[in-house]
Write a protein that binds this ligand. Structure first.
Ligand SMILES: *[C@@H]1O[C@H](CO)[C@@H](O)[C@H](O)[C@H]1NC(C)=O
Ligand SMILES: *[C@@H]1O[C@H](CO)[C@@H](O)[C@H](O)[C@H]1NC(C)=O
Ligand SMILES: *[C@@H]1O[C@H](CO)[C@@H](O)[C@H](O)[C@H]1NC(C)=O
Ligand SMILES: *[C@@H]1O[C@H](CO)[C@@H](O)[C@H](O)[C@H]1NC(C)=O
Ligand SMILES: *[C@@H]1O[C@H](CO)[C@@H](O)[C@H](O)[C@H]1NC(C)=O
Length: 465
C-alpha cells in the first residue's frame, strides 16, 4: 500500500519538475558578519512600526500562523521581508517557532493539500541551494530520483512543495545562515535590536504628501536622525549600534507605492492617477539620493503588486461591467496603474545606476511574482485567490468595507487555520503566500540585475561583531 502511494506521489513531483530550480543560499560568512539593512515602506514590510508608534494593536487572528501574540505585522504570520533577511531569533516564544540552532542536518519535503501530508526525506546533497532562513521553505526541486525520496501520501496531491529544515544536529550543507534578527521597527522603544539595521516601514505609508507621519520623506528624516545619532554614539564607544562604515555597506530596501495608487484610484479618474505617478516616483528618487549622499550605495527596490487583484480593491468598487475585469477577475485599470508605476520605477533604477557612482541597485519585479501566484493559484496549492481568508461576507471576496466587519473589526469570520489562502485580510498576503513570494525573489529570476542577496553580505561588516 505504501509503495503505491509513494509511486503516485513521486509522479506528482515529476510533474512539478518543469518549474523546478534550486534556490540560492542566503549566507553571510561569520568572518564578514551579517548584512545591515535599512528598510523603507508600507504595510508590506512593516514589522511592528505602526503598533509601536501609535499603540494600535491588530489583535488575533493577526499573527495566528506564526507570531503569537501578534507583532503589528499585517498578516497572519511573517512578511516577505522576514523571510528574506532574517533567521529565527533565539528568544522565540511562539509554539510553532523553533530555536535557531543547532545546525541544519537534513531536509524534509512536505507536500500538503487539504489535510493530506506527504513527508519524504531528502538529503541536502540532492538540492544544491536552499533557503536557510525558515521553518518552512518553498522549493522547486530538481533531478529527484526515486531513491531520493521516501514518504507517504494519498497520491492525489496537487499543491506546493514546502521544505522543512530539520535541525537535529550534525553539520550538513547549511551550517551558516544570514545571521540577522527580525528587523526592529525604528519606533520600537522596547528592546530594539539595531545593529542589524532599522525598519522604517509603517502601515499605510505613502510617498506623498510629505511631512505627514509616516510617509516616505518622514521615514528618510528619521533615518537621517538615526544616522547622525548612531554615528556619534558609535564614535563615543557605544559599539552595539550601526557605525559609519556599516552605512556604506548596508543594504537599503524599498517597498512603497501601493497606498499612493490605492488612494488615488479611490479619488481620481484613471487619467489623473496616471498623471500623478511621476510625482510618486520622484519621491522615491529623492529618498534614494538622500541615502546615497550619506554614503549608502546598495539598493534593493521592490515594485508594487497587482493592486486590482486585492479583494478589498475589488469589493469596495462593486463594478458591474465584466469588461473591467481581466481573465482572473482582477480589475484591469488598477493593474494597469500598477504597471505604469512599475515601468517608471524600473526606469528610475536604470537612471540612478548610471548617475550614482559605485552603486548597486536591484529592481525586483514583485508584480509578476504576485500575479503569477494569483493566476496560477491552484498549482501553488491555493484556492480562492481573490478571497480574503479573514473578513466578512463570505464569497466571492469575504470583504466588507465597513471597519467593524473587516478582519480588524470585531465581527470577522476567518477560515480555519491553514495555507489555502493567498490573501489574508483583503489587502495583505498570508504567511503561506509570503513564503513563496520570498523564495521567488531569492531565485533572482525577477531581479534586475539578477544578483543574489548574499552579494551584499560580502560587503557588510558589522561593528558590533
Ligand atoms: C546631522 O548632522 C549634521 C552635521 O552635524 C547636521 O548638519 C544635520 O542637520 C544633522 N541632521 C539631522 C537630521 O540631525
Ligand atoms: C461596459 O464597458 C464597455 C467597454 O468600456 C462599454 O463599451 C459598455 O458600454 C459597458 N457596458 C455597460 C453596461 O456599461
Ligand atoms: C568608487 O569606488 C572606488 C573604489 O573603491 C573609490 O576609489 C571611489 O572613490 C568611489 N567613488 C565614489 C564616487 O564613491
Ligand atoms: C502561470 O503559469 C504558467 C506556467 O508556469 C506561466 O507560463 C504563466 O506565465 C503563469 N501566469 C502568470 C500570469 O504569471
Ligand atoms: C571589517 O571589520 C574589521 C574589524 O572590525 C575591520 O578591520 C575591517 O576594516 C572592516 N572591513 C570593512 C570592509 O569594512
Amino acid at each position: 500500500m505504501h509503495r503505491k502511494q509513494e509511486g503516485s506521489s513521486l509522479g506528482f513531483l515529476a510533474l512539478q519538475a518543469s518549474i523546478i530550480m534550486c534556490l540560492p543560499f542566503v549566507v553571510c560568512r561569520k568572518s564578514t558578519g551579517p548584512v545591515v539593512i535599512f528598510n523603507f515602506g508600507d504595510s508590506n514590510s512593516d514589522t511592528g512600526g505602526l503598533t509601536a508608534g501609535l499603540g494600535l494593536e491588530a489583535g488575533y487572528p493577526y499573527g495566528r500562523a506564526f507570531f503569537n501574540p501578534p507583532t503589528g505585522r499585517a498578516s497572519d504570520g511573517r512578511l516577505v521581508i522576514d523571510f528574506l533577511f532574517n533567521r529565527l531569533p533565539s528568544t522565540a516564544k511562539s509554539g510553532r517557532r523553533r530555536e535557531a540552532t543547532p545546525p541544519l542536518h537534513h531536509l524534509r519535503i512536505l507536500i500538503a493539500k487539504a489535510g493530506h501530508q506527504l513527508k519524504p526525506m531528502l538529503s541536502p546533497s540532492n538540492c544544491c541551494h536552499l533557503l536557510p532562513l525558515l521553518d518552512w521553505y518553498f522549493i522547486e526541486t530538481r533531478n529527484l530520483g526515486s531513491g531520493d525520496l521516501e514518504g507517504e501520501g494519498d497520491g492525489n496531491l496537487g499543491g506546493r512543495a514546502m521544505v522543512e529544515l530539520q535541525r537535529d544536529g550534525g553539520c550538513g550543507l547549511m551550517c551558516e545562515y544570514l545571521n540577522t534578527h527580525y528587523l526592529s521597527p525604528y519606533l520600537d522603544s522596547l528592546q530594539p535590536n539595531f545593529p542589524n539595521g532599522v525598519n522604517y516601514a509603517i502601515c499605510g505609508a505613502t510617498t506623498l504628501p510629505r511631512y505627514v507621519p509616516f510617509n516616505l520623506n518622514i521615514q528618510i528624516l528619521q533615518y537621517k536622525h538615526f544616522h547622525n545619532r548612531s554615528v556619534e554614539l558609535h564614535s563615543k564607544g557605544f559599539k552595539n549600534l550601526v557605525g559609519q562604515e556599516d552605512y556604506k555597506n548596508a543594504l537599503y530596501t524599498f517597498d512603497i507605492g501601493q497606498n499612493d495608487l490605492s488612494g488615488s484610484f479611490g479619488a481620481l479618474s484613471y487619467a489623473q492617477v496616471i498623471d500623478k505617478i511621476p510625482s510618486f516616483i520622484s519621491e522615491i528618487r529623492d529618498a534614494m539620493w538622500d541615502i546615497y549622499l550619506l554614503g549608502g550605495k546598495n539598493f534593493w527596490v521592490h515594485n508594487t503588486g497587482p493592486l486590482g487583484c486585492l479583494p478589498r480593491e475589488i469589493a469596495i468598487r462593486n463594478i458591474m461591467n465584466a469588461s473591467e475585469y481581466d481573465e482572473y477577475g482582477c480589475i484591469e485599470a488598477l493593474n494597469e496603474g500598477a504597471k505604469t508605476f512599475n515601468n517608471q520605477l524600473n526606469a528610475l533604477c536604470q537612471q540612478l545606476r548610471s548617475q550614482m557612482k559605485n552603486s548597486t541597485i536591484v529592481y525586483v519585479d514583485i508584480y509578476s511574482i504576485k500575479y503569477d501566484l494569483i493566476a496560477n493559484a491552484t498549482s501553488y496549492g491555493f484556492k480562492n485567490p481573490l478571497m480574503a481568508c479573514c473578513g466578512y461576507g463570505g464569497a466571492p471576496y469575504n470583504y466588507n468595507p465597513e471597519f467593524k466587519l473587516t478582519c480588524l473589526g470585531s465581527d470577522y469570520t476567518v477560515s480555519e487555520e491553514g495555507t489555502s489562502y493567498i490573501n489574508w485580510d483583503g489587502t495583505h498576503y498570508t504567511e503561506a503566500a509570503n513564503a513563496i513570494i520570498a523564495s521567488k525573489i531569492l531565485s533572482t529570476h525577477y531581479s534586475t540585475p539578477p544578483l543574489q542577496l548574499d552579494f551584499f553580505c560580502n560587503l557588510a561588516n558589522i561593528s558590533a561583531g
